[in-house]
Design a protein around this ligand. Sequence first.
Ligand SMILES: [Zn+2]
Length: 263
Amino acid sequence: MSDPKSSIIDTHCHIVFSNFNEDREEVAKRWRSQGVKALLHACVEPSEIPAIKSMADQFQEIRYSVGVHPLDVHHWELETPNVLKKAAQDDKRVVAIGELGLDLFKAENLSEQLSILIPQLNLAFELNLPVIVHCRDAAKEMLEVFSKLSQDDCCPRGVMHCWSGNVQQMRKFLDLGFYISFSGNVTFKKAIDIHECAKEVPSSRFLVETDSPFLSPVPHRGKRNEPSFVKHVVERLAELRGESFFQIAEQTTKNARQLFALP
Ligand SMILES: [Zn+2]
């Protein structure tokens, strides 16, 4: 059961999306009532930044990232690296670069995705900010990129968001220093690999998130996801790891604060 005294951090959400336009205040009331003390709002392309910023003005517990998602390569322009850099330098509430990464599940344009990924990783390293990594059906390719940067001592730190890989892959990302973030898909019955990862990940290296409005956890599957539902992710992790709700909430909050500058 959830513990009313727990603090939880939803490390990945997109409440700027229009499906929250009708009831954002209500959604915020619910996350506050469930102990969600901070939220990290992800960015998929630069034109979202002003709206995300005003969301952070409205809700004090929001921090955000700036970046371009691998499925948004068409939004990448010549000036994008400078736009991202300026946005990150202008507002202390920008605590990460992302979401960035590779998605070979929904697209095949690997070289194009790499061409916008590398400059963002370089920017994150330059600004000493962590990255939020979207990696779908592309663990091998992603590991190659990180290993190369790591050999050259210029790999940023960061989190593998919405983890959906297996234990072997997870170990390699952990070895490179990355955190693993669990989302609603850890609550799915058939997600055996993710369950194994949840059992094995070291205490100091995992986070929780919703990825709202996507990927609602059980028992809300198929509906719009929202930050208060992060408690179901915590609950499932507690079951899988044989720990209490409170322990998982505290540990993941501590880890999130370690990785990102959060309230
Ligand atoms: Zn996202």
